[in-house]
Write a protein that binds this ligand. Structure first.
Ligand code: HPA
Ligand code: ZN
Length: 329
Protein backbone atom coordinates (compact mmCIF):
# COMPACT_ATOMS: atom_id res chain seq x y z
CA UNK A 1 0.00 0.00 0.00
CA UNK A 2 2.82 2.41 0.81
CA UNK A 3 4.32 1.88 -2.65
CA UNK A 4 1.00 2.65 -4.31
CA UNK A 5 0.73 5.87 -2.27
CA UNK A 6 4.23 6.78 -3.40
CA UNK A 7 3.16 6.24 -7.02
CA UNK A 8 0.09 8.40 -6.54
CA UNK A 9 2.04 11.21 -4.88
CA UNK A 10 5.04 11.30 -7.24
CA UNK A 11 5.08 14.68 -9.11
CA UNK A 12 3.78 14.09 -12.63
CA UNK A 13 3.30 15.40 -16.11
CA UNK A 14 0.96 13.99 -18.68
CA UNK A 15 1.41 14.39 -22.41
CA UNK A 16 -1.66 12.64 -23.76
CA UNK A 17 -4.91 14.09 -22.47
CA UNK A 18 -7.94 15.04 -24.57
CA UNK A 19 -9.25 18.33 -23.23
CA UNK A 20 -12.94 17.36 -23.34
CA UNK A 21 -12.22 14.32 -21.19
CA UNK A 22 -11.04 16.45 -18.26
CA UNK A 23 -14.73 17.11 -17.54
CA UNK A 24 -15.99 15.48 -14.36
CA UNK A 25 -18.70 12.83 -14.76
CA UNK A 26 -21.12 14.95 -12.71
CA UNK A 27 -20.59 17.97 -14.92
CA UNK A 28 -20.81 15.95 -18.12
CA UNK A 29 -24.20 14.64 -17.06
CA UNK A 30 -25.50 17.98 -15.79
CA UNK A 31 -24.41 19.89 -18.92
CA UNK A 32 -25.95 17.21 -21.13
CA UNK A 33 -29.17 17.68 -19.21
CA UNK A 34 -28.98 21.48 -19.47
CA UNK A 35 -28.45 21.47 -23.25
CA UNK A 36 -30.67 18.50 -24.05
CA UNK A 37 -27.75 16.46 -25.39
CA UNK A 38 -28.76 12.84 -25.63
CA UNK A 39 -26.20 10.61 -23.90
CA UNK A 40 -26.45 6.90 -24.75
CA UNK A 41 -27.41 6.34 -21.09
CA UNK A 42 -27.12 8.22 -17.80
CA UNK A 43 -26.18 5.09 -15.86
CA UNK A 44 -22.42 5.59 -15.25
CA UNK A 45 -21.81 1.82 -15.34
CA UNK A 46 -23.12 1.73 -18.88
CA UNK A 47 -22.14 5.23 -19.98
CA UNK A 48 -18.47 4.46 -19.41
CA UNK A 49 -18.39 0.95 -20.93
CA UNK A 50 -17.40 0.42 -24.58
CA UNK A 51 -17.04 -2.40 -27.07
CA UNK A 52 -13.99 -0.84 -28.73
CA UNK A 53 -12.42 2.46 -29.81
CA UNK A 54 -15.07 3.20 -32.44
CA UNK A 55 -17.81 2.66 -29.85
CA UNK A 56 -16.03 4.91 -27.35
CA UNK A 57 -15.67 7.66 -29.95
CA UNK A 58 -19.48 7.90 -30.17
CA UNK A 59 -19.55 8.87 -26.48
CA UNK A 60 -16.57 11.19 -26.88
CA UNK A 61 -18.27 13.08 -29.71
CA UNK A 62 -21.47 13.43 -27.66
CA UNK A 63 -19.44 14.93 -24.81
CA UNK A 64 -17.91 17.58 -27.06
CA UNK A 65 -21.46 18.72 -27.65
CA UNK A 66 -22.03 19.66 -23.98
CA UNK A 67 -19.33 22.35 -24.04
CA UNK A 68 -21.20 25.23 -25.64
CA UNK A 69 -20.16 28.51 -24.03
CA UNK A 70 -16.90 30.21 -23.15
CA UNK A 71 -17.77 29.66 -19.53
CA UNK A 72 -18.29 25.92 -20.04
CA UNK A 73 -14.84 25.69 -21.62
CA UNK A 74 -12.96 27.88 -19.12
CA UNK A 75 -14.56 26.22 -16.08
CA UNK A 76 -13.85 22.75 -17.44
CA UNK A 77 -10.22 23.76 -18.01
CA UNK A 78 -9.71 25.16 -14.52
CA UNK A 79 -11.57 22.46 -12.59
CA UNK A 80 -9.84 19.70 -14.55
CA UNK A 81 -6.43 20.91 -13.41
CA UNK A 82 -7.52 21.16 -9.79
CA UNK A 83 -8.91 17.62 -9.84
CA UNK A 84 -5.67 16.23 -11.30
CA UNK A 85 -3.53 17.98 -8.71
CA UNK A 86 -5.58 16.35 -5.96
CA UNK A 87 -5.75 12.94 -7.65
CA UNK A 88 -2.12 12.56 -8.67
CA UNK A 89 0.09 15.59 -8.01
CA UNK A 90 -0.02 16.84 -11.60
CA UNK A 91 2.61 19.48 -12.42
CA UNK A 92 2.30 19.90 -16.19
CA UNK A 93 -0.09 18.70 -18.88
CA UNK A 94 -0.42 18.71 -22.65
CA UNK A 95 -3.93 18.72 -24.03
CA UNK A 96 -5.20 17.49 -27.34
CA UNK A 97 -7.84 19.94 -28.54
CA UNK A 98 -10.22 19.41 -31.47
CA UNK A 99 -11.22 22.70 -33.13
CA UNK A 100 -12.96 20.83 -35.98
CA UNK A 101 -15.57 19.34 -33.63
CA UNK A 102 -16.43 22.84 -32.42
CA UNK A 103 -16.27 24.43 -35.88
CA UNK A 104 -18.93 21.94 -36.99
CA UNK A 105 -21.20 23.58 -34.39
CA UNK A 106 -20.36 27.11 -35.52
CA UNK A 107 -17.68 27.90 -32.93
CA UNK A 108 -14.61 29.42 -34.58
CA UNK A 109 -10.98 28.50 -33.90
CA UNK A 110 -10.28 31.45 -31.61
CA UNK A 111 -13.70 31.39 -29.99
CA UNK A 112 -13.01 27.79 -28.95
CA UNK A 113 -9.35 28.09 -27.96
CA UNK A 114 -9.32 31.36 -26.03
CA UNK A 115 -11.53 30.32 -23.12
CA UNK A 116 -9.64 27.01 -22.87
CA UNK A 117 -6.33 28.90 -22.69
CA UNK A 118 -7.78 31.46 -20.23
CA UNK A 119 -8.97 28.70 -17.89
CA UNK A 120 -5.66 26.85 -18.05
CA UNK A 121 -3.66 30.06 -17.50
CA UNK A 122 -5.74 30.82 -14.40
CA UNK A 123 -5.08 27.32 -13.11
CA UNK A 124 -1.36 27.71 -13.83
CA UNK A 125 -1.34 30.97 -11.85
CA UNK A 126 -3.21 29.48 -8.88
CA UNK A 127 -1.86 25.93 -8.83
CA UNK A 128 1.49 26.06 -10.64
CA UNK A 129 0.50 23.49 -13.28
CA UNK A 130 2.04 24.34 -16.66
CA UNK A 131 0.46 23.39 -19.96
CA UNK A 132 0.73 23.31 -23.74
CA UNK A 133 -1.84 22.52 -26.42
CA UNK A 134 -1.70 20.03 -29.28
CA UNK A 135 -4.21 20.87 -32.02
CA UNK A 136 -5.56 17.54 -33.24
CA UNK A 137 -6.81 16.73 -36.71
CA UNK A 138 -10.00 14.69 -36.57
CA UNK A 139 -9.32 11.73 -38.87
CA UNK A 140 -12.96 11.58 -39.95
CA UNK A 141 -12.38 14.86 -41.76
CA UNK A 142 -10.72 15.29 -45.17
CA UNK A 143 -7.02 15.86 -45.79
CA UNK A 144 -7.95 19.28 -47.19
CA UNK A 145 -9.73 20.37 -44.03
CA UNK A 146 -6.69 19.27 -42.02
CA UNK A 147 -4.57 21.66 -44.07
CA UNK A 148 -7.11 24.42 -43.36
CA UNK A 149 -6.81 23.64 -39.65
CA UNK A 150 -3.03 24.07 -39.79
CA UNK A 151 -3.54 27.35 -41.66
CA UNK A 152 -5.60 28.52 -38.67
CA UNK A 153 -2.78 27.52 -36.32
CA UNK A 154 -0.41 29.62 -38.39
CA UNK A 155 -2.62 32.68 -38.75
CA UNK A 156 -3.76 32.73 -35.09
CA UNK A 157 -0.63 31.94 -33.06
CA UNK A 158 -0.81 31.40 -29.29
CA UNK A 159 2.37 30.77 -27.29
CA UNK A 160 0.84 27.66 -25.72
CA UNK A 161 -0.24 26.05 -29.01
CA UNK A 162 2.92 24.20 -29.93
CA UNK A 163 2.04 21.02 -31.80
CA UNK A 164 -0.13 19.22 -34.34
CA UNK A 165 -1.63 15.80 -33.65
CA UNK A 166 -4.37 13.55 -35.00
CA UNK A 167 -7.07 11.50 -33.28
CA UNK A 168 -10.46 9.83 -33.76
CA UNK A 169 -10.54 7.33 -36.67
CA UNK A 170 -11.13 7.54 -40.40
CA UNK A 171 -14.69 6.82 -41.60
CA UNK A 172 -13.44 3.25 -42.26
CA UNK A 173 -12.31 3.03 -38.61
CA UNK A 174 -8.65 2.85 -39.60
CA UNK A 175 -5.80 5.14 -38.57
CA UNK A 176 -4.14 5.78 -41.94
CA UNK A 177 -1.90 8.56 -40.52
CA UNK A 178 -0.19 9.22 -43.88
CA UNK A 179 -3.42 10.67 -45.24
CA UNK A 180 -2.54 13.93 -43.51
CA UNK A 181 1.04 14.25 -44.79
CA UNK A 182 0.41 17.65 -46.36
CA UNK A 183 -0.98 19.15 -43.13
CA UNK A 184 1.99 17.75 -41.17
CA UNK A 185 4.52 19.11 -43.67
CA UNK A 186 2.95 22.56 -43.42
CA UNK A 187 2.95 22.49 -39.60
CA UNK A 188 6.57 21.35 -39.57
CA UNK A 189 7.64 24.20 -41.87
CA UNK A 190 6.09 26.60 -39.36
CA UNK A 191 7.98 25.15 -36.41
CA UNK A 192 5.25 23.12 -34.73
CA UNK A 193 6.02 19.88 -32.94
CA UNK A 194 4.31 16.81 -34.39
CA UNK A 195 2.61 13.83 -32.81
CA UNK A 196 -0.06 11.33 -33.91
CA UNK A 197 -2.26 8.63 -32.45
CA UNK A 198 -0.86 5.48 -34.07
CA UNK A 199 -0.79 1.75 -33.42
CA UNK A 200 -3.56 1.92 -30.82
CA UNK A 201 -6.17 -0.82 -31.29
CA UNK A 202 -6.97 -3.91 -33.35
CA UNK A 203 -7.71 -1.88 -36.49
CA UNK A 204 -4.12 -0.53 -36.43
CA UNK A 205 -0.67 -1.99 -37.10
CA UNK A 206 3.04 -1.41 -36.61
CA UNK A 207 2.96 -0.02 -40.14
CA UNK A 208 0.78 2.87 -38.91
CA UNK A 209 3.47 3.71 -36.35
CA UNK A 210 6.15 3.47 -39.04
CA UNK A 211 4.21 5.80 -41.35
CA UNK A 212 3.72 8.35 -38.56
CA UNK A 213 7.48 8.34 -37.94
CA UNK A 214 8.83 8.08 -41.49
CA UNK A 215 6.18 9.86 -43.57
CA UNK A 216 4.82 12.46 -41.13
CA UNK A 217 8.09 12.93 -39.25
CA UNK A 218 6.47 12.98 -35.80
CA UNK A 219 8.63 13.70 -32.77
CA UNK A 220 6.31 11.72 -30.46
CA UNK A 221 3.74 8.93 -30.75
CA UNK A 222 0.43 8.69 -28.90
CA UNK A 223 -0.19 5.04 -27.88
CA UNK A 224 2.03 3.12 -30.36
CA UNK A 225 1.41 -0.33 -28.81
CA UNK A 226 1.49 -2.13 -32.19
CA UNK A 227 5.14 -1.14 -32.60
CA UNK A 228 5.97 -4.39 -30.79
CA UNK A 229 4.84 -6.35 -33.85
CA UNK A 230 7.85 -4.96 -35.78
CA UNK A 231 11.10 -5.72 -33.88
CA UNK A 232 13.21 -3.70 -36.33
CA UNK A 233 11.08 -0.62 -35.75
CA UNK A 234 11.34 -1.17 -31.98
CA UNK A 235 15.14 -1.26 -32.29
CA UNK A 236 15.17 1.92 -34.39
CA UNK A 237 12.86 3.87 -32.06
CA UNK A 238 14.72 2.66 -28.99
CA UNK A 239 17.94 3.94 -30.56
CA UNK A 240 16.28 7.32 -31.26
CA UNK A 241 14.47 7.33 -27.89
CA UNK A 242 11.35 8.59 -29.66
CA UNK A 243 8.81 9.37 -26.90
CA UNK A 244 5.67 7.22 -26.62
CA UNK A 245 2.79 8.81 -24.69
CA UNK A 246 0.92 5.69 -23.55
CA UNK A 247 -2.32 5.38 -21.61
CA UNK A 248 -2.54 2.21 -19.48
CA UNK A 249 -6.14 2.23 -18.24
CA UNK A 250 -7.60 3.21 -21.63
CA UNK A 251 -6.28 -0.05 -23.09
CA UNK A 252 -8.32 -2.06 -20.61
CA UNK A 253 -11.46 -0.07 -21.46
CA UNK A 254 -11.02 -0.18 -25.26
CA UNK A 255 -9.04 -3.37 -25.97
CA UNK A 256 -9.80 -5.47 -22.88
CA UNK A 257 -6.09 -5.81 -22.09
CA UNK A 258 -5.34 -7.00 -18.57
CA UNK A 259 -3.03 -4.73 -16.58
CA UNK A 260 -0.25 -7.22 -15.88
CA UNK A 261 3.48 -7.59 -16.64
CA UNK A 262 2.67 -9.04 -20.07
CA UNK A 263 0.85 -5.85 -21.10
CA UNK A 264 2.21 -4.18 -24.25
CA UNK A 265 3.15 -1.02 -22.32
CA UNK A 266 5.12 -3.10 -19.78
CA UNK A 267 6.88 -4.82 -22.68
CA UNK A 268 7.65 -1.46 -24.33
CA UNK A 269 9.22 -0.25 -21.07
CA UNK A 270 11.27 -3.44 -20.75
CA UNK A 271 12.35 -3.08 -24.39
CA UNK A 272 14.00 0.22 -23.49
CA UNK A 273 11.60 2.47 -25.39
CA UNK A 274 11.01 6.03 -24.10
CA UNK A 275 7.60 5.55 -22.44
CA UNK A 276 5.51 7.98 -20.38
CA UNK A 277 1.97 7.42 -19.11
CA UNK A 278 -1.16 9.57 -19.31
CA UNK A 279 -4.92 9.32 -18.81
CA UNK A 280 -6.06 9.83 -22.45
CA UNK A 281 -9.73 10.34 -21.53
CA UNK A 282 -10.03 10.50 -17.74
CA UNK A 283 -13.78 10.79 -17.37
CA UNK A 284 -14.52 8.07 -19.93
CA UNK A 285 -12.04 5.52 -18.64
CA UNK A 286 -12.74 6.39 -15.00
CA UNK A 287 -9.13 7.17 -14.39
CA UNK A 288 -6.86 10.00 -13.29
CA UNK A 289 -3.12 10.56 -13.49
CA UNK A 290 -2.62 9.12 -10.00
CA UNK A 291 -4.28 5.84 -10.98
CA UNK A 292 -2.23 5.48 -14.17
CA UNK A 293 0.76 5.10 -11.84
CA UNK A 294 -0.74 3.50 -8.73
CA UNK A 295 -2.86 1.02 -10.67
CA UNK A 296 -1.30 0.90 -14.17
CA UNK A 297 2.44 0.93 -13.48
CA UNK A 298 1.91 -0.95 -10.22
CA UNK A 299 0.10 -3.81 -11.98
CA UNK A 300 2.77 -3.90 -14.69
CA UNK A 301 5.26 -4.72 -11.93
CA UNK A 302 7.29 -1.54 -12.44
CA UNK A 303 9.53 -0.77 -9.44
CA UNK A 304 10.24 2.65 -7.90
CA UNK A 305 13.24 3.28 -10.13
CA UNK A 306 11.22 2.32 -13.20
CA UNK A 307 8.32 4.57 -12.16
CA UNK A 308 10.72 7.48 -11.73
CA UNK A 309 12.08 6.83 -15.23
CA UNK A 310 8.51 6.92 -16.59
CA UNK A 311 7.85 10.21 -14.79
CA UNK A 312 11.09 11.67 -16.20
CA UNK A 313 10.12 10.43 -19.68
CA UNK A 314 7.00 12.56 -19.26
CA UNK A 315 9.27 15.61 -18.94
CA UNK A 316 11.73 14.56 -21.63
CA UNK A 317 8.96 14.00 -24.18
CA UNK A 318 7.14 17.27 -23.46
CA UNK A 319 6.82 19.95 -26.14
CA UNK A 320 7.64 22.85 -23.79
CA UNK A 321 10.87 24.85 -23.66
CA UNK A 322 13.93 23.85 -21.66
CA UNK A 323 13.22 26.37 -18.87
CA UNK A 324 9.88 24.71 -18.19
CA UNK A 325 11.54 21.28 -18.30
CA UNK A 326 14.17 22.40 -15.81
CA UNK A 327 11.41 23.62 -13.49
CA UNK A 328 9.68 20.24 -13.73
CA UNK A 329 12.80 18.19 -13.03
N1 HPA B 1 -7.86 7.41 -29.91
C1 HPA B 1 -8.36 8.06 -30.95
N2 HPA B 1 -9.12 9.13 -30.81
C2 HPA B 1 -9.41 9.55 -29.58
C3 HPA B 1 -8.93 8.91 -28.47
C4 HPA B 1 -8.10 7.79 -28.64
O1 HPA B 1 -7.60 7.15 -27.69
N3 HPA B 1 -9.41 9.57 -27.40
C5 HPA B 1 -10.15 10.60 -27.86
N4 HPA B 1 -10.17 10.59 -29.20
ZN1 ZN C 1 -5.84 9.79 -27.16
Amino acid sequence: LAYRDYLRLLPKTELHCHFVSTLSAARLISLADRYGVELPTTDPEELFAYDDLADFLVAFRAATDVLRTSEDLATTAYDGVRAAVIAGNLRYREYGVNPQYFAARGMGYREFLEPVIDGLRAAERDLGVGFRLVVAINRRESAGSAVELVEQMISHPYPEVVALGQDDLTPENTEDPGRFAEAYALAKRHGFHLTAHAGETATASAEDVRVAVDVLGVDRIDHGYRVLDDPELVARLRERQLPFATTPLSTRALSGWALDPGHRIARMIRAGLNVSVSTDDGVFFRTDIGREYSEGLFSFGIDAEGAKAVALAGIDGAFCDSDEKARLR
